[in-house]
Ligand binder design. Structure first.
Ligand SMILES: CC(C)(COP(=O)(O)OP(=O)(O)OC[C@H]1O[C@@H](n2cnc3c(N)ncnc32)[C@H](O)[C@@H]1OP(=O)(O)O)[C@@H](O)C(=O)NCCC(=O)NCCS
Length: 142
């Protein structure tokens, strides 16, 4: 089900394969949040992963997917807040993610959620589409 949602939310080349999605969902350092409608239909999900570097912990958003008919109702905000809360509980200093340069809607969403640009990766998606690296400070000076 999550695979089908990801296929709907992202174009080919950016959407994850089943194997990639399974890997991230099952990884021991991963957290997932899933949004359900009142009718128990999945409206969206978010996956985050914790990384340790030099005795410090950092969060990484792997993906956030809200089905088109559920967008604009605060679902994405709830999903991302839930993952950020898990990062905070694990003392993550900051959280990073990549977003395609042409995905202006998601960029606006992340800006609203407190993320700022920290870099750019050339040819990140399918070897031909650039990504912006966005970051949000969760605690301290990072
Ligand atoms: C990006 C995405 C997760 C947002 O989910 P959502 O449930 O629509 O977001 P929310 O309703 O919680 O929006 C929170 C705030 O973000 C902003 N926002 C969200 N989508 C926006 C858009 N397309 N354009 C401008 N602002 C937007 C709004 O300011 C909104 O605040 P408001 O409710 O006060 O208006 C959703 O559009 C999506 O799944 N897109 C396809 C997959 C994708 O691109 N994921 C991110 C890839 S890195």
């Amino acid at each position: 089900m999550l695979f089908r949602i990801d296929q709907v939310c992202f174009p080919p080349g950016i959407a994850y394969s089943r194997a990639e999605l399974r890997y991230y969902l099952q990884h021991q350092n991963s957290f997932s949040s899933i949004a359900e409608t009142d009718a128990h239909r999945i409206a969206g999900f978010c996956i985050g992963q914790l990384h340790a570097r030099a005795d410090q912990c950092f969060g990484h958003i792997i993906t956030i997917d809200v089905l088109p008919d559920a967008r604009g109702q605060g679902v994405g905000r709830l999903l991302l807040n839930a993952i950020e809360a898990r990062f905070r509980v694990n003392a993550a200093i900051s959280v990073r993610l990549e977003v395609a340069v042409d995905n202006l809607g998601a960029q606006a969403f992340y800006r609203e959620m407190g993320y700022g640009q920290a870099g750019k990766i050339t040819n990140y998606y399918a070897g031909k589409l650039d990504a912006l690296v966005l970051q949000k400070q969760l605690m301290g000076d990072g």
